[in-house]
Design a protein around this ligand. Structure first.
Ligand SMILES: [Zn+2]
Length: 288
C-alpha cells in the first residue's frame, strides 16, 4: 500500500524534533487493550448464547442416582450433603464480622472490598437451604430456589475479582447490577418454564461466563493481594464438582455414594477455599 512516504520527505521529518504519538502508550495502553479483550469476550459469550436456540430444562436432570430415603428424609444424602454450605456460609460471615472491627485490614485495604464477600457467603449459606429444599422434592419449581442463591454467590465473586484486579470503584459499582443480572437470568428461566417455554441461555451465560471471565481477569490484570493460586484452587474444586455432577450414576454404582452428593461436598470445599484465600492473603507490595 502506498504511504506517500519518500526519501526526501523522510529527511525533512528527520530534521525536526520527533513528536510523541498522541495514542496512549506503556502500561495505560496495555491496560486499555486488556479491557477491550475482556469486553470483546463478554460480547462474544452473549452473541454465541443467543445464536443458539432456547434451552429448556431437561426433565431427566431431576432423576438423580441416589434416591434413598433415610431417617424419613427423601433423597437423604443429596439433601444432607448441603450442610457444609451452611457451615461455610456462616463461618465466612463470622470471619467478615470479626475482621471488620479493625476497619481496613491487610485482607481488605478498603472496607468496601468486603461487600461482595458478605453477599457471597450469604449466597453460600442460602444455597444450603435452597438446595436442600430442591433435593427434598426435585422439580423445575424447586430447582429455582437451588439456583438463585448460587447465582448470587457467583456474581459476588465476579464483582470481588473486578474490584481487586481492575478497579476498586468498578467492583463496588458493578456489585448490584451484576447481582440484578444474575437474579434476572434465573427468574427469566423460572418464569419461562412455568409458561412451558423455559430458556436457560441467560443463566448459562451468567454461570459459564463467570467461570471464563474470572480466570481471564486473573491472567490479564495484576493482583492487589496474594492468594492467586487459591483462586485457581477454587476453580479446581468447581471443575471437580462439575465432573461429579456429570458422572452421578457411575459414581453411585462404583462407590455407593452418588456423584451429585460429592458435587455438593466439592462445591462447598470451593466456597471454603474462597474463605481460606481471604483469611490468608496480604497486600502485594507494588514493584518499585
Ligand atoms: Zn444439587
Amino acid at each position: 500500500m502506498a504511504r506517500g512516504w519518500t526519501a526526501s520527505a523522510s529527511a525533512e521529518v528527520d530534521a525536526v524534533p520527533r513528536v510523541a504519538p498522541a495514542a496512549p502508550s506503556g502500561p495505560d495502553a496495555a491496560r486499555t487493550r486488556r479491557l477491550w479483550i475482556l469486553g470483546g469476550l463478554c460480547a462474544l459469550l452473549v452473541l454465541v448464547a443467543f445464536a443458539l436456540r432456547p434451552i429448556p430444562q431437561d426433565p431427566a436432570y431431576h432423576n438423580f442416582a441416589d434416591q434413598r430415603t433415610m431417617l424419613g428424609i427423601p433423597n437423604a444424602l443429596n439433601v444432607l450433603s448441603n450442610l457444609p454450605f451452611l457451615v461455610v456460609g456462616a463461618w465466612g460471615l463470622v470471619f467478615l464480622a470479626r475482621d471488620r472491627s479493625g476497619g481496613a485490614s491487610p485482607r481488605f485495604l478498603a472496607s468496601s472490598e468486603r461487600w461482595p464477600y458478605w453477599v457471597l457467603f450469604m449466597g453460600v449459606g442460602l444455597t444450603a437451604l435452597g438446595s436442600a429444599y430442591y433435593h427434598w422434592q426435585p422439580s423445575n419449581e424447586t430447582l429455582f430456589w437451588d439456583r438463585l442463591p448460587m447465582t448470587i454467590a457467583f456474581m459476588a465473586l465476579l464483582s470481588s475479582v473486578i474490584g481487586e484486579r481492575i478497579s476498586l470503584a468498578a467492583g463496588r459499582w458493578l456489585l448490584l447490577p451484576l447481582l440484578a443480572v444474575g437474579v434476572l437470568s434465573t427468574l427469566y428461566w423460572h418464569v419461562g418454564e412455568q409458561r412451558g417455554a423455559g430458556d436457560l441461555r441467560p443463566y448459562a451465560v451468567v454461570q459459564f461466563g463467570t467461570l471464563v471471565i474470572v480466570p481471564l481477569i486473573v491472567c490479564l490484570f495484576p493482583a492487589r493481594y496474594t492468594g492467586t493460586a487459591d483462586l485457581f484452587g477454587v476453580l479446581g474444586w468447581y471443575a471437580l464438582a462439575k465432573a461429579f455432577e456429570t458422572f452421578d450414576h457411575q459414581t453411585f454404582h462404583a462407590i455407593g455414594i452418588s456423584g451429585h452428593t460429592l458435587k455438593h461436598l466439592a462445591s462447598a470445599a470451593g466456597a471454603w477455599w474462597i474463605l481460606r484465600m481471604i483469611e490468608r492473603r496480604r497486600p502485594v507490595t507494588p514493584p518499585s
